[in-house]
Ligand binder design. Structure first.
Ligand code: PAF
Length: 278
């Protein structure tokens, strides 16, 4: 595995692969890697000739300075974890990435106007900036993203369409702890007790699949009511949306693809998860 810190070195390292027509798989990450990331990396490894991971805590996608500061940074452990699977680990500094200032403005339309969009103003523009720059530098054949960030996948697919990029976005299933808690770098900030209680988020979502109703308001009320039984949780939103357009639906029968997306605060840690109704 090559550890690369600059854009120029990255492009040099990939030049031969591109010239030889080899496929390149990219897994963009912000580090603090866990089994969820590893599932993306293993898939990218299997499906491509060359496997690249980027590890960069991207400041332009944080709309909260404290969240950026507290984001876990574990580069040495990350490199050890991926060493056997990746050819190139690209871990640039913020100075390197933003030598050209971040003035790009994206408009992802309706997919960014719900849920995380209003909740985190500027977040998806920052994601768009870094992901588009990584795509330009790496020129991947395929790029791999976890479905835990369900809305992010929709935003990135929109970016690819809007910019006419010639690459495949590969969404990968959520990986969970045995308890059901979705793996997330933010879980590192939970105490043992908070972590155990947070497993109830997925339990409640799963129970909501079995309710004897297709009325979305009733399902949302059930989830809110069950979560409220735990002092630890503060529900930010639970939206049940069309799985393609991400627009809210009123009834599960309104679309062939319906996903429930949740953001819950467990103490001062913001957890997100989702579940497919159909
Ligand atoms: O999902 C993430 O970790 C980040 O949003 C991404 C896609 C690596 C961009 O910084």
């Amino acid at each position: 595995m090559l550890l690369i810190k600059t854009i120029q070195e990255l492009q040099n390292a990939l030049a031969k692969a591109h010239a030889d027509g080899q496929s390149v798989g990219l897994v963009p990450t912000m580090g603090a890697l866990h089994e969820g990331h590893l599932s993306l990396i293993k898939r990218a490894r299997k499906e491509n000739d060359v496997c690249v991971i980027s590890i960069f805590v991207n400041p332009t996608q944080f709309n909260n300075a404290e969240d950026l500061e507290k984001y876990p940074r574990t580069l040495d452990a990350d490199l050890e974890l991926v060493n056997d699977y990746v050819d190139i680990a690209f871990a640039p500094t913020a100075e390197e990435v933003y030598r050209v200032p971040a003035t790009e403005k994206y408009d992802f339309g309706s997919v960014e106007q719900v849920m995380e969009g209003p909740a985190r103003p500027g977040h998806f523009n920052g994601v768009g900036i870094i992901v588009k720059r990584l795509f330009d530098w790496v020129q991947p054949t395929r790029a791999y993203f976890g479905e835990k960030d369900f809305q992010q996948v929709a935003v990135i697919k929109t970016l690819v369409r809007q910019c006419h990029l010639d690459l495949e976005i590969v969404p990968c299933p959520i990986v969970r702890e045995a308890s059901g808690l979705a793996l997330s770098s933010r879980n590192k900030r939970l105490t043992e007790e908070e972590r155990a209680i947070s497993a109830n988020i997925y339990r409640i979502l799963k129970e909501s699949l079995a309710l004897n109703t297709t009325n979305v308001q009733e399902i949302k009320d059930f989830v809110a009511h069950e979560l409220a039984k735990f002092d630890l949780f503060k529900l930010e939103y639970y939206e049940i949306v069309d799985g393609e357009t991400l627009q809210p639906v009123q009834d599960l029968n309104d679309s062939d693809s319906v996903v429930g997306c949740i953001t819950v605060w467990a103490g001062n840690v913001r957890l997100i998860d989702n579940i497919r109704y159909k």
